[in-house]
Structures are given as C-alpha cells and as structure tokens.
Design a protein around this ligand. Structure first.
Ligand code: GLU
Length: 478
C-alpha cells in the first residue's frame, strides 16, 4: 500500500489559533494513524495579507503542541517541489499555459472596470451570483491585445455535475452552472488559491485533504482542475465549524474563549491539554473517557468518527481538561511549571525559603486550572490583605465563635512547633471543647486565621502562613 500523505497549508496571514490548530491536528492524527506523512506547506500567494512573523510563530506553536511536521520548508524533500507557494510561480505559470493549450483555460483581457460594469449589469437584472460572461473566450481581436495585461481564466463547462465523496459529509454534488470562469493566474503572474492548491497537492502527492468546511465551495473548482489535467483527486474531508457559546464561528471576538494558542501558553495551559481538547472538537472517540495523550489519539483515530454537526468550544471544559493534565504532572514538574507563572511584581519569591515556597504551591496542585491562576491564591501568603465584604458577611452569619477564637489564639501563641499536625490537634480539641463541628468549627477558624473563607487544607495553610502572620490576622478581626 502506498503511504498516505496529508498536509496543513496555512496562509501566513495570521497566527496559530484554535481553528487552524484543529485542522493541523486532524491532519497529523490522520497521517500518523496510518503511518503516513504530515506535511506543512505555506500558502503565501496573497502577498499583501501576509503578516510578518506569522510563519515562525505558527511553527513554534505547533512544535510546542507536539504537532511537528514530517516535511516542511525546513525539512523539504526535493522531489515534492517547494513547500512555499511564493517559490513556485514558474511552475504555476507553466501549468496554466498548458491548460490554455489544452483548451481548458483562456486569456482574459477585461480590465477591473469592465468587469465591474459587467457585474453591475447582471445585478441590475436581478442576478445575485454574478458570473464572468466568457467574453474573452470568444473575442477575435486577441492579436491586437497582445501587449495588454491579462488574467488566465479556467473555462468552466456549461452544465456539468461535479461530485465529491467527502469523508465527513458523504456524497456532495455541485453543478458547473453555479461556477463562473474563475481566474487561475493573475495578470501579475501570481496563481490564485484554487489553482495553486491543486498544483501543490498534486506535486506533493497528497492523498487526503483535510480542512475546514469553509473550503467546501472551493472544492468543485479544484475538481475541475484535477479533471482538466487528468490527475487523480485526493480524498476530501471537510471538518465542521467550531462555534462559540453564541453559536457563531469561533473567532478572536468570541467572548469567553481565548482564540490564539499563544494566549493559552501565556496563561499557563499545558500543550498536552490543548492537544487533548482540540482533538475532541469535531471528532470523538468511542466511550466516555475524555483525557487522552497524543499517542492514544494517534492509535485510536478513525476517520468515521468525525462529527457532522458544529462543535462548541467550551472554555469551562478546556480549563477542566487542563486541570486534569496539571494533576498528572509530577510534583517536581508541577512546581517548575507553576513558578514560571508567578507574577514577580506582586510576589517577591526570591527572598523566600525554597521549601516553604514549594509547600505553598503544592497546596494548590489539585485545584489549579491553569498556571497563572496561582496568582489568585498567593496574596494571603505574601501581602497584607483585607477581608472582603463577602467574607465579613459570612462571618456575620456565624454565631458564638468569639470564645473559641480567643482560645485558638492562646493555643497558637503557646505552640512551639507551628506544624500541620499540631494545628490539626488544636482544631480538633477546640471542636470538642466548644461542641462544634463542620462549618461551625472550620469557617470561623479559617476566616480569622487566613482572612478568607475559601482556601486549601486549613491546618497546612495555617502552618505555612506562620505564627506571626496568623496571630496578626486573628487580631485584625477580633
Ligand atoms: N491556505 C488555506 C487556508 O489557510 C488552506 C486551504 C486548504 O487547505 O486547501 O485556509
């Protein structure tokens, strides 16, 4: 069996985001499941829209996510041609001219103004999907126009069925009536997307084209080009949309969700978690399990399990999956990872005892959803904090705690070894003496010692805050 070959073909008009990552990732899984090749090719023919640094940034973020190409402009194989469209202009020109020779394409000398007039005339006649009139296909003054600039247009047949067997959608049929004679090579010598993509997929012997559903309307045009050259089409696979919670296509304007991979990196998400969640957008495994590694996804990938309806990007789920991956980190890796996200301008960790700092960070290992969330928890350990109005209110709902807190204060003053187990003993003794348990016991103690009504394991927290700070906290509220 020949090796399958798939490609992710970004245009360097922007940075890696959830949408194009999903495309890259599905191509990667599809290819690697069948021991095929995953290729990254740059579609940079739209020169004005190219964004500086976009290519480097996309490669860097893909590498971080573990979606590394087997071939790219950094790892090329000569026989497949160049991996960047801007280096293939001669190739596109040669092939466009071949199509003219074969009668599948023709030179169009119409100026933008003439085309505009044509469009307006059609619109005036109530035509919504305006098409080029084929004027230049039939004109007989070509010889006089020789020196004028021209586009090369594909000559689309009048009434021809174009069938696609899409991996996700099954049979989809188009009719050439709906397609005007489209430009394949512009007068400036630059190939258009629909032409270049076919030439490249052919040159690179791509077997499967996996991309977003916004490209499905381009596919019949591409099929016409394959057929004109007598080339075998790849298998097409158009992934359904990723939408936000308002059911609009996920974008940088989507409210809750972050869009760019770099944003997740900056906030302290793990690459394994992003890979995990993005692989579940528009694809699902059998069964209920949701946490999988890249290797597991590669193994269980199945092209029959692409979803036929849009998938909603859910930030809550993204965070949950990240928290699961954070829990899986060894303590050592968790500490190293979390420290990178501490806001050093607010929390001066340099003058702290390293073991103390590690213990404080470990308090939150089970609950952090992402790295930079640690900053929400550090205030009580580093700074003087004020009790919030909410906590004061909670305190107001509790009764009868004054004696217990005074006793707690006394016990803590006299405690020599300010250590977790000793503090636990004091709390349990207080429970017995004052006949309190559960919330009535713990909540007042927590609020008085930590100035907050929420937090991790109480005795450990008190021990890490240290005697001086805890007594100061109690006094501030008494
Ligand atoms: N350059 C296209 C895009 O970024 C890729 C289209 C394709 O995969 O054919 O959407």
């Amino acid at each position: 069996m020949t090796k399958i070959r798939l490609r992710y073909a970004p245009s360097p008009t922007g940075f890696l985001h959830i949408g194009n990552t999903r495309t890259a990732l599905m191509n990667y899984l599809y290819a690697h499941h069948y021991n095929g090749d995953f290729i990254v090719r740059i579609e940079d023919t739209d020169i004005e829209r190219n964004v500086e640094g976009a290519i480097e940034s996309q490669f860097d973020n893909m590498e971080w996510l573990g979606i590394s190409p087997d071939e790219s402009f950094l790892k090329p194989i000569d026989k497949y041609g160049k991996y960047m469209q801007s280096q293939k202009f001669d190739r596109y020109k040669e092939l466009a001219e071949k199509l003219i020779e074969k009668g599948f394409a023709y030179k169009c000398f119409c100026t933008p103004q003439e085309l505009q007039i044509e469009r307006e005339e059609q619109e005036a006649r109530g035509i919504v999907a305006t098409k080029y009139s084929k004027k230049c296909l039939y004109r007989n003054d070509i010889d006089q126009l020789k020196d004028k600039p021209y586009n090369i247009r594909f000559n689309v047949g009048e009434d021809q069925a174009i069938k696609i067997n899409d991996v996700v959608r099954g049979d989809v049929e188009f009719n050439s009536k709906e397609i005007g004679d489209f430009v394949i090579l512009k007068s400036n010598g630059i190939a258009t997307y629909n032409f270049a993509v076919v030439v490249d997929d052919y040159d690179m012997q791509i077997t499967h084209v996996v991309r977003g559903e916004e490209h499905i309307s381009n596919t019949p045009k591409q099929c016409l080009i394959y057929s004109a050259f007598n080339w075998t089409e790849p298998k097409f696979c158009h992934l359904t949309l990723i939408v936000d919670e308002t059911k609009k296509k996920l974008s940088k304007r989507s409210g809750n969700a972050m869009f760019f991979i770099s944003q997740y990196r900056e906030q302290g998400y793990l690459p394994e978690a992003l890979f995990n969640y993005i692989a579940l957008l528009g694809w699902s495994p059998k069964g209920e399990q949701e946490i999988f590694s890249k290797e597991e996804f590669v193994k269980m990938f199945d092209e029959k399990r692409f979803s036929k309806s849009p998938s909603t990007f859910d930030m809550v789920k993204m965070k949950w999956i990240n928290s699961q991956w954070m829990k899986k980190l060894s303590d050592e890796n968790y500490l190293e990872f979390t420290k990178k996200f501490i806001d050093k301008s607010k929390f001066n960790i340099d003058n702290k005892e390293p073991l103390w700092l590690n213990s404080v960070l470990m308090l939150f290992k089970k609950e952090l959803e992402f790295g930079s969330q640690i900053n929400k928890h550090l205030d009580i350990f580093f700074n003087d904090v004020e009790v919030s109005a909410q906590t004061k209110e909670t305190l107001g709902t509790l009764s009868d705690y004054k004696e217990m807190i005074l006793s707690l204060k006394n016990e803590l003053i006299n405690l020599e070894d300010f250590e977790e187990n000793n503090i636990k003993k004091i709390i349990s003794m207080l429970g017995k003496t004052f006949e309190k348990k559960g919330k009535d016991l713990f909540m007042p103690i927590r609020i008085f010692t930590t100035l907050s009504e929420h937090g991790p394991e109480l005795a450990k927290t008190i021990s890490l805050l240290g005697k001086q700070k805890v007594l100061k906290n109690i006094d501030s509220l008494l």
